[in-house]
Design a protein around this ligand. Structure first.
Ligand code: ADP
Ligand code: MG
Length: 737
């Protein structure tokens, strides 16, 4: 079998990431390897795949018990024979594993470095058919790194005792030239193939904030990121405890981790986080080494760390799955003082001067006005980006702005030509030159502004309009069906007396879309299904006592939620499903999807048409009048009203949903009513004022439910169309025959 087939069969992935193929090929040819790749780059596969392909057993040296356990659990979930040996084993367990290993029962055996200090263990190693030794987190061998582990120095010695020297492959995410040199020499690598991939993590957003009040800043952030998994790092145990206490009192679910807690509590808290039982963990830097949780959405630093190495490693725990994630550092000058204190009183073996130097670089990072990503890359000795990254606070906050006066004039004159009677969607449609029934019947296609912004995506036009509204260049009137009006400022712009600048939203969008790697755009996902699958995964993981991501990573659930795989062939095409996992978990997930697809009348795209990554969906209650269905299908393959429902279920008001989704409130209401008709639960009391309900019902009885206007006219004026619409829906629900 070829390495690519192994990747597909076991891991269910279709393509290698940069460097993986080269490294695997070199190992298979018997050459030593030194692989330097960022966190989340996919180093594990670089040795796991050759381990599967080579005769004999691969020994993996890894610094932490939790790390080994995670990896071995993950491998077992893939149906790969792997075991680990560490200090927690009883001697009986130990003997059994060793015996099995000698008989070739495992492809991979993970070993804690401390084991290499005992001669009897090395004796055992001599009896195993070792094909390769993989050294993970290889920087631990160097005193100059940040996690020096003296036992790593034993590795070379152990190898020299073996009868036949196996191939040695070393991996790390952080290696300055001096550390790299140490790895080469202290591990005794022989003219290794070196692969240094870029340290850039394009899916991570970097930001430095300097808030007046860090606690409030954190609270506000968490309110906007409810339910997402995240880590908050603090400099001291005291900080951790205080923040934990405060957030708990606010009812924000979080756990904590630091060296002051007893081991049992630490393990418990860590597992709560890993198993998605608690979304947030607050921790000192004692937490995280060996945390491979892939779906961490944000890493916040309550305090500035003492060096960039530490910072980038901690921040790098966000977004391992390649999905967008955020790394935000909260800086205050007090952090400098705290860190000086830590350095002065620390037990570090390296000189204080060196540490002060590193601290200064860290402070520079917090104060730079340049691209944060480039700063990081340069710090680690790599070339900085040629251009702005458009995904850090510096690049996105660029003072160099783009002028949009012309665009603003086009929009304003279009508003004027439409007699200031329409909302932003219609104005955007005319500017875009959309060919809809409505536009033709209103003869808007004959306006001079029809299609004058054809080259812009409609979303961008709408964004520009909301920007103009936010800045007072346009006025949005009314709440039911808000319409765009011109303001005095509009006329200044139209007369050329005023220029307008915006902070590069157009380029930013384009740039960000091109840097994302394997990420699946949220646009394409059916969130209702995704939630069902997530729930199933949670239950299965609990049953099997593994972390949810070991069952399937998020990316797999997302892929299922946009493609609706309803048979085994389709399942195997989903990212992250190999043969073994298909057999183990596929059926359960397939059942859920099949049921969902049937219940919602979804037309599933056959597997050979998947390449275009589009899924069609038709529905009983389908295309409602006036909606540009062609557009809707292309960019929103799942039904749009279900997404509205998602937001509604999160407790959002109609106005908020309209804002967030860039829809009119009327459309949002229409969505919810559609959901009601499909039998989804909607809380009517949120829309129908109780004191009027009977009166509205009576009006509906009198006028019939089909036309809203007559109903409205026989009711007091303060009763809104919204209230009437929902009452009609309720009326129809009750009066169904
Ligand atoms: P590292 O050890 O370099 O930090 P990991 O080996 O833990 O990274 O991999 C990070 C994540 O990326 C894992 O969830 C892994 O399954 C996933 N991954 C690795 N290689 C690929 C690939 N070729 N395609 C898709 N996902 C991958
Ligand atoms: Mg790793």
């Amino acid at each position: 079998m070829q390495s690519l087939q192994v990747l597909k069969k076991y891991y269910g992935y279709d393509a290698f990431r940069p460097g993986q193929k080269e490294i695997i090929d070199e190992i298979l040819s018997g050459r030593d390897v030194l692989g330097i790749m960022p966190t989340g780059g996919g180093k594990s596969l670089c040795y796991q795949i050759p381990a599967l392909m080579l005769e004999g057993i691969t020994i993996v040296i890894s610094p932490l018990i939790s790390l080994m356990k995670d990896q071995v659990d993950t491998l077992k979930e893939y149906g790969i024979q792997a075991e680990l040996i560490n200090s927690t084993l009883s001697s009986a367990e130990f003997r059994e594993i060793v015996m099995n290993a000698k008989e070739g029962a495992y492809k991979l055996l993970y070993v804690a470095p401390e084991r290499l200090e005992t001669e009897s263990f090395i004796d055992l190693m001599r009896q195993m058919p070792i094909s390769m030794i993989a050294v993970d987190e290889a920087h631990c061998v160097s005193q100059w790194g940040h996690d020096f582990r003296p036992s790593y120095r034993r590795i070379a010695q152990m190898i020299s005792f073996l009868e036949k020297r196996p191939t040695i492959a070393a991996f790390t995410a952080t290696a300055t030239p001096i550390v790299k040199n140490d790895i080469m020499i202290l591990l005794g690598l022989q003219s290794p193939f070196e692969y240094v991939s870029t340290f850039d993590r394009p899916n991570l957003y970097f930001e430095v904030r300097k808030p007046q009040n860090k606690l409030q800043e954190i609270e506000a952030y968490l309110k906007e990121h409810v339910g997402q998994s995240g880590i908050i790092y603090c400099a001291t145990r005291k900080n951790v405890d205080e923040l934990w206490d405060r957030l708990n009192r606010l009812g924000i679910q979080c756990s904590r981790y630091h060296a002051g807690l007893n081991e049992q509590e630490r393990t418990q808290n860590q597992e709560d986080f890993l198993f998605d039982r608690v979304p947030i963990i607050i921790a000192t830097n004692a937490f995280g080494m060996g945390i491979d949780k892939p779906n961490v959405k944000f890493v916040l630093h309550f305090n500035m760390p003492k060096n960039m190495e530490g910072y980038y490693q901690e921040a790098g725990r966000a977004g391992r799955d390649g999905e967008e994630a955020e790394c935000i550092l909260l800086f205050s000058t007090q952090d400098i003082v705290t860190n000086r204190y830590i350095i002065e009183n620390g037990t570090s073996s390296s000189s204080h001067n060196k540490e002060y130097e590193k601290l200064n670089s860290m402070v520079d990072y917090c104060n730079t006005e340049g691209c944060l990503r480039s700063y990081i890359l340069t710090y680690f000795g790599q070339e900085s980006l040629e251009d702005k990254c458009y995904n850090c606070s510096s690049c996105n906050n660029d003072t160099e702005e783009t002028e949009i006066t012309i665009e603003a004039q086009k929009i304003m004159s279009c508003v004027k030509r439409m007699h200031e009677q329409f909302g932003s969607t219609q104005v955007a449609d005319v500017l875009k030159g959309a060919n809809t029934q409505r536009i033709r019947s209103l003869k808007f296609n004959e306006l001079s502004t029809y299609g004058i912004m054809r080259e812009y995506p409609k979303e961008t036009i709408k964004e520009l309009i909301s920007f103009l509204v936010a800045e007072g260049y346009l006025y949005l009137e009314g709440t039911q069906y808000p319409i765009l009006r011109l303001t005095t400022a509009s006329y200044e712009v139209l007369r050329g007396q005023k220029q307008i600048f915006i902070k590069r939203i157009i380029e930013k969008e384009v740039a960000r879309n091109t840097i994302m790697r394997e990420a699946i755009s949220d646009q394409d996902i059916d969130f209702v299904l995704m939630e069902l699958l997530r729930q199933a995964r949670y239950e299965i993981a609990a049953e099997n006592r593994v972390q949810p991501f070991m069952v399937f990573p998020d990316i797999t659930l997302k892929d299922m939620s946009r493609r609706y795989p309803i048979n085994e062939e389709m399942m195997l095409q989903v990212s992250g499903i190999g043969e073994y996992k298909l057999a183990k978990y596929g059926k359960k997930f397939m059942e859920i999807i099949v049921e969902y697809v049937e219940k919602n009348n979804i037309t599933v795209i056959p597997v050979d048409e998947w390449d275009n990554k589009k899924v069609r969906m038709t529905n009983n209650l389908g295309a409602i009048k006036g909606e540009d269905t062609k557009f809707a299908k292309k960019s929103a393959p799942r039904d749009s009203h279900h997404l509205t429902y998602e937001l509604y279920a999160q407790g959002k008001a109609i106005e908020e949903i309209a804002d967030e989704r860039n829809l009119s409130q009327m459309t949002v209401e229409g969505h919810l009513i559609k959901c009601i008709k499909e039998g989804m639960e909607v809380d009517f009391s949120r829309f129908i004022p109780q004191e009027y309900e009977v009166e509205i019902m009576e009006a509906i009885e009198t006028c019939g439910p089909n036309l809203l206007k007559p109903i409205k006219e026989c009711l007091p004026p303060e009763i809104s169309y919204t209230a009437i619409k929902f009452t009609v829906a309720k009326y129809e629900m009750i009066h169904v025959d």
